[in-house]
Design a protein around this ligand. Structure first.
Ligand code: 4AD
Ligand code: MG
Length: 465
């Protein structure tokens, strides 16, 4: 019967059973004894399975000996305990069918050797054939499944928010404009500008930067909800931490304040890290061996550490007194940079930190103004080795305060009427946060560049594949 490599290697299939595996060749080695060893991987687990091909196979000389890295094969044989070290089982082949040869083995980009990450980004369609990107894909899947499981277990509903939108959820003007294909043929107004009254949607539309505003409406009806979907930011930040297209998880909780929000964030991250360690031990072991030596320990330490909470004002004092020379000097009122965040979480406390109550001027319009009138109930969760991983806040539930904030930020209330309605019809304190899914994948896998945490990265100047 056809089985996955994972199942064949797991011990769940009795030795002596005939099995068929289907996958792609990693390596082929011919022995002097007239045998070939073909390692086949199908993505189901980290390890490939060794298929032992005897010279007596009818296509041995014609095909088996032409197998190179990347060829697709269907191998049938007897599952047997393996003599080879590092694996419990192998397949003693009685038949190897070549489903697809590699046309030009010399130029096939994925050779069985170490490739640079930069090079692999240029062959994003083939990099899932490598150990690293196979492992990242499996861990990414496991984390996504754990996200849904975590919320499902707690009674949260997954709400699908729109990708095409008219409102700037962050009020930061970093939106990609959506244009209809025949935009050039649309009527022009007197000044020669496009008459958006005639556009597909009848108004200007953008790709969403966050599902938060939409999900708030569902929160104020269904209590505990979350979004998990793609978001887009047209920020020109060519950094290893920013993508133009990334996936974000945004829970929103009703009758809740910033304290409840921070507790949810802590439970959530720890749950996800536990899932990766428990469900993907082989992939995690690989990351620790090849990517980041303490990949596993740092997650274990994270899970065991209660988060430290630091008020923004105190954080600024800590940074100023640190004696460190930061590239960006710190003063009350500035936004914290990654270097500051990492100092706080790595040097100052040595565990995850939640910085709370940021100056109102540097945070989004929807955050709740504190009684001091100069800070908002915002939080950033900082993780050792990376800095900000989660950003969240208690929302401004008072209509007059929200209107004042929107005026202050120069936002047109007409664009946010429906959002204002939520404050007019049964408003309650509520809070939420956003976790960048690729930041999470980077952290769990020990990756240093976010472009390796998503199959097809989108960044300034990069939209291939
Ligand atoms: O801090 P941000 O901008 O917050 C929001 O979008 C809120 N609406 C969240 C909420 O309260 N519901 O983004 C949240 C998180 C960041 O902490 C970071 O993990 C990630 O999203 N993020 C990015 N990840 C990759 N590339 C980018 N350009 C990102 N911008 C933000
Ligand atoms: Mg943020």
């Amino acid at each position: 019967a056809v089985t996955s490599v994972k199942r064949a290697l797991s011990g769940a299939v009795a030795p002596g059973t005939e099995v068929t595996v289907r996958g792609w060749v990693r390596t082929r080695r011919d022995s002097k004894a007239g045998l070939s060893f073909v390692n086949v991987s199908d993505g189901s687990c980290f390890d490939p399975i060794q298929v032992v091909a005897p010279a007596t196979l009818p296509n041995y000389a014609g095909e088996v000996q032409r197998l190179t890295s990347g060829c697709a094969v269907i191998a049938t044989g007897t599952l047997a305990p393996s003599q080879g070290k590092g694996q419990a089982f192998e397949i003693q082949a009685t038949r190897i069918e070549v489903a697809g040869f590699v046309d030009d083995p010399e130029t096939y980009p994925i050779q069985p050797k170490a490739h640079s990450l930069e090079f692999l980004r240029e062959v994003a369609h083939l990099r899932p054939r490598t150990n690293l990107f196979g492992a990242v894909a499996r861990v990414r899947h496991t984390l996504a499944a754990a996200v849904h499981r975590f919320f499902h277990e707690r009674g949260f509903l997954w709400i699908n928010t729109p990708i095409i939108t008219t409102s700037d959820a962050e009020g930061a003007g970093q939106m990609f404009r959506v244009s209809t294909l025949d935009l050039l043929n649309l009527p022009r107004d007197a000044k020669g500008g496009i008459d958006f009254g005639k556009d597909f949607f009848g108004k200007e539309t953008f790709l969403t930067v966050s599902g938060q505003l939409n999900v708030e409406a569902y929160c104020l009806s269904l209590s505990n909800v979350y979004t998990f979907g793609p978001t887009f930011r047209a920020e020109n930040s060519n950094t290893p931490r920013h993508l133009a297209e990334f996936w974000m998880i945004e829970p929103e909780i009703a009758f809740a304040d910033l304290d409840a929000d921070a507790r949810l964030a802590e439970d959530f991250l720890k749950y996800l890290f536990r899932a990766a360690l428990e469900e993907r031990p082989d992939d995690m072991a690989f990351f620790a061996e090849r990517v980041l030596p303490d990949a596993i320990e740092r997650l274990e330490k994270f899970i065991a550490s209660p988060f430290e909470r630091i008020d923004y004002g105190d954080a600024v004092q800590i940074l100023k007194k640190s004696g460190r020379k930061f590239e960006f000097p710190v003063e009350w009122g500035v936004d914290l940079q990654t270097e500051h965040e990492r100092y706080l979480t790595e040097q100052h406390v040595g565990r995850p930190v939640v910085v709370m109550n940021y100056p109102e001027r540097i945070k989004a319009f929807y955050m709740r103004l504190n009684d001091d009138g100069r800070t908002v109930a915002a939080m950033d969760v900082l993780a050792p080795g990376i800095g900000e991983i989660i950003g969240g806040s208690q929302r401004e539930e008072r209509l007059d305060m929200l209107d004042a904030r929107m005026r202050q930020f120069g936002l047109d209330a007409a664009h946010y009427q429906w959002y204002r309605d939520l404050r007019r019809y049964g408003t309650v304190p509520h809070a939420g946060f956003g976790l960048g899914f690729e930041r999470l994948v980077c952290y769990v896998c020990g990756l240093s560049n976010i472009r390796d945490a998503i199959p097809y990265p989108r960044a300034p100047g990069h939209a291939e594949f």
